[in-house]
Design a protein around this ligand. Structure first.
Ligand code: B12
Length: 171
C-alpha cells in the first residue's frame, strides 16, 4: 500500500501535479511509517547469531534512502548484520568499510539515472580492492544494466535481497 502510494507521488511530481515540498512531505511520512514497522519487527524478532555481515548504502550523489532502509530492515529481520553507510556515500568509503569488516556481500542502491555512474564507479573500485559479491537495486535499474556495470546480482525488491544473501552466505 505504501509503496504504490509513493510511486503515485513520484508520477504526480514528474507530471507537475505536485511540487518538491509535497514530495518531501510524502517521503517524511513514508520514513516515519517504516520506522514503526522496523521497531515492531525488532521487538518480535529473536536476537540470535548473525548469519553474515553486509555493507549497504545509497551511492554518491543520491540521497534517496527509503528503499535502502527497507532492504536493511528486511535483511536484519532475516538474521543478517547490516553495516549501513547511509546515503550519498563516496565509493572509497564503501571499499574501506567492505575491507574493514571483510564482508562477503555489498549492497548498493541508486534511484536516479544520473547516479548510476556513481554505482558503476563504486563497483569498479570494489573489484580493484576487495573480493566480494555485489547486489544492486533501485527503481531506475534493470537486470541488463546491473550486469553491464559489473554487479553480481540485481534485486527488484527488498525480499530479493534476502534471497541473494542466502545464496552468498549459504544460510
Ligand atoms: C521519495 C522521493 C524523493 C525524496 C527522497 C527521500 C528519501 N529519504 O529517500 C526526496 C523528496 C528527498 C527526493 C529528492 C529528489 N528526487 Co526523488 N523521488 C522520490 C520518489 C517519489 C520515491 C522513491 C522511493 O522512495 N520509492 C519507494 C522505494 C521503496 O522504492 P525503491 O527505492 O525503488 O526501493 C525498492 C527496490 O528498488 C529495491 N531496492 C532499492 N535499493 C536497493 C538496494 C539493494 C542493495 C537491493 C538489493 C534492493 C534495492 O528494494 C526497495 C524495496 O522493495 C521517486 C519516484 C519513484 N516512483 O521512484 C522520486 C525520484 C526517484 N526522484 C527523482 C528526482 C529527480 C529527485 C530530485 C533530483 C528532485 C529535485 N529536482 O531536487 C531529488 C534528488 C536529490 C539527490 N541528489 O538525490 C526522480 C529520478 C528521475 C531519474 N530517472 O533519474 C524520480 C524517479 C521522480 C521523477 N519521476 O521525477 N525524492
Amino acid at each position: 500500500m505504501l509503496i504504490p502510494e509513493l510511486d503515485k507521488t513520484g508520477e504526480d511530481f514528474e507530471k507537475g501535479r505536485i511540487f518538491l515540498p509535497q514530495l518531501i512531505l510524502t517521503a517524511g511520512a513514508a520514513q516515519a511509517c517504516f520506522e514503526v514497522i522496523k521497531q515492531t519487527l525488532l521487538q518480535s524478532g529473536e536476537s540470535g547469531v548473525s548469519k553474515g555481515e553486509i555493507v549497504l548504502c545509497t551511492v554518491k550523489g543520491d540521497i534517496h534512502d527509503i528503499g535502502k532502509n527497507i532492504v536493511k530492515v528486511l535483511l536484519e529481520n532475516y538474521g543478517y548484520t547490516v553495516i549501513d553507510l547511509g546515503k550519498d556515500v563516496d565509493p572509497m568509503r564503501v571499499v574501506e568499510a567492505a575491507k574493514e569488516h571483510n564482508v562477503k556481500l555489498v549492497g548498493l542502491s541508486a534511484l536516479m539515472t544520473t547516479t548510476l555512474k556513481g554505482m558503476e564507479e563504486t563497483i569498479k573500485l570494489l573489484r580493484e580492492h576487495h573480493e566480494c559479491k555485489i547486489m544492486v537495486g533501485g527503481a531506475v535499474l534493470t537486470p541488463e544494466y546491473a550486469e553491464m556495470i559489473g554487479a553480481d546480482f540485481y534485486a527488484k525488491d527488498a525480499k530479493q535481497s534476502c534471497d541473494i544473501a542466502k545464496i552468498v552466505f549459504g544460510q
